[in-house]
Design a protein around this ligand. Structure first.
Ligand SMILES: *Cc1c(COP(=O)(O)O)cnc(C)c1O
Length: 475
């Protein structure tokens, strides 16, 4: 299996070559040259693998089709070590939680940081340790977070050989629970940097450091952002696991609704569907930051400025542009790299938008690729959290509530709908209290974490100060 760039670069790479990279050299995103096809016999065999040997074995089957430069026994050991009941809380790893006939949650948020990003990041941590060990290299991950990504990265990389994490976050702006999750980590390879500023300041610092190529090379700076192909690939597995749980044979179809921001999660659903998983619809649910809903309704993709990017009560979906969207548009437009370069390179840079409404391919987004969309607001979230609690006794977080709200507009009595649960309510307690008048349940392992000692350096929003810290730690 070789990987290509969405922007037409003729180069081809193997999985482990792109594992530690971000963008392709031409600014595009990596995708496999072709999606491996899963026929009826293979799907039946995977259903048996799932039923008899579980999630890690299923992950190995799927990953094997995309990774040809890690020996099978090693890849199997990495999957077995990653997807355990000890790490993900249940033997099924991603159990279904039925709400009513035809509407089910798939629980993706029982990992160490209680958000679905653990599903991919835990695998990434083990892949990084393996590949860096094999190369005898060290990697220093520099990131910016407003919550979920940073903590998932830290819990995945803590204690890993060959990896350090430097994670910037806006000082005093994450929820007390999120701060406690990150800052209570005492592992020597984890470095929390609280920046006196907002999230954009943190991102600007990360960009400035990465643009200093000399510094970047010297200190082996890398990232773990959501455009990483390995993260997306890891997410493909739970679409299959959800399907096998919701159906009894492979003639049946299901639909998925996915609370979306950077389009990483739902793009994994697109890959599963392209492989042949019987998915009827992929429903993209957004919050008030409705870049994606606007595209699927109108054919116009219009990135937002920071003044137009709303701070909402489902903050992990507060995006101004959807960084993985280019992957889907590449497939939609017949994998025409030159056209993707013109749209995502030139048009977005110059006009901040492009318009596919007159392109026959746009009509295919629903008919051929199953994509539809919808949007949810703060009032919708409150009403959905309340309704789900009152009628089913199930407490859902704000992002999952956006999913349930939008899913309800796309139900089809003949096709089970699976809504991906992307976080647990304890991470967004203030909105739960607003909706229900009570605190969310707290998993036992998080009792009292706000009182634990904290390990964090507070700094001004100054690139030089962050560079100096990295240089000091790396020696
Ligand atoms: C990251 C995140 C999302 C958005 O996922 P994308 O892959 O960026 O579309 C949704 N919900 C939660 C809780 C998240 O952490």
């Amino acid at each position: 299996m070789l990987y290509l760039s969405t922007r037409g670069d003729p180069g081809r790479k193997h999985f482990c070559e792109i594992l530690l990279e971000g963008l392709a050299p031409d600014g595009g995103l990596y995708l496999p040259e072709a999606y491996p096809q899963v026929d009826g016999a293979a799907l039946a065999a995977w259903r048996t693998v799932w039923q008899t040997r579980g999630y890690a074995a299923l992950a190995f089957e799927i990953l094997s089709l995309y990774i040809d430069d890690i020996p099978a026994a090693d890849l199997k050991a990495i999957c077995d070590k990653t997807y355990t009941e000890a790490v993900f809380g249940t033997p099924q790893i991603v159990p279904l939680k039925p709400l009513e006939p035809g509407l089910t949650l798939e629980a993706l948020s029982n990992g160490p940081t209680l958000a679905f990003k653990d599903m991919a990041m835990q695998l990434l941590g083990n892949l990084f340790e393996y590949e860096l060990g094999r190369r005898g290299e060290q990697l220093n991950i520099l990131g910016a977070t407003s919550g979920d990504t940073g903590s998932a990265a830290e819990y995945a990389m803590r204690g890993k050989k060959g990896v350090r994490v430097f994670m910037t976050s806006p000082h005093g702006r994450m929820s007390p629970f999120q701060q406690a999750q990150m800052f209570s980590l005492m592992d020597e390879n984890i470095h929390n940097i609280a920046i006196e500023g907002v999230f954009d300041d943190c991102q600007d610092i990360v960009k400035a450091v990465s643009n200093d190529l000399e510094f970047k090379r010297r200190y082996r700076i890398g990232t773990v952002n959501s455009i990483n192909w390995a993260r997306l690939l890891a997410q493909v597995v739970y679409y299959f696991a959800g399907y096998f749980q919701a159906t009894s044979d492979n003639t049946q179809q299901v639909s998925f609704t996915v609370p979306s921001g950077n389009f990483g999660n739902v793009c994994a659903g697109h890959v599963a569907r392209m492989m042949g998983l019987p998915i009827r619809q992929l429903v993209v649910a957004t919050n008030e930051n409705d870049v994606l809903d606007e595209f699927f309704r109108t054919g116009v993709y219009r990135v937002r400025g920071s003044a137009d990017t709303h701070e909402t009560s489902s903050p992990s979906m507060d995006i101004s542009k959807a960084s993985n969207f280019e992957r889907f548009v590449f497939d939609l437009l017949g994998r025409d790299g030159a056209r993707i370069k013109a749209l995502f390179g030139d048009a977005l840079n110059q006009a901040g938008r492009f318009d596919l409404s007159a392109d026959p391919a746009f009509a295919d987004a629903a008919a051929r690729y199953g994509f539809v969309s919808g949007k949810s607001t703060h009032a919708d979230r409150l009403a959905t959290i309340r309704d789900t609690w009152e009628r089913f006794g199930v407490m859902i977080d704000t992002h999952t509530a956006d999913g349930v709200k939008v899913a309800r507009a796309h139900l089809d009595a003949a096709v089970p709908m699976i809504v991906l649960e992307t976080a647990l309510p304890i991470k967004f307690a203030a909105t739960i209290v607003e909706a229900l008048g009570r605190e969310p349940d707290r998993p036992a392992q998080f009792a009292g974490i706000e009182a634990l000692p904290k390990r964090v350096s507070v700094m001004p929003a100054d690139t030089q100060a962050v560079k100096a810290l990295i240089a000091r730690v790396c020696g």
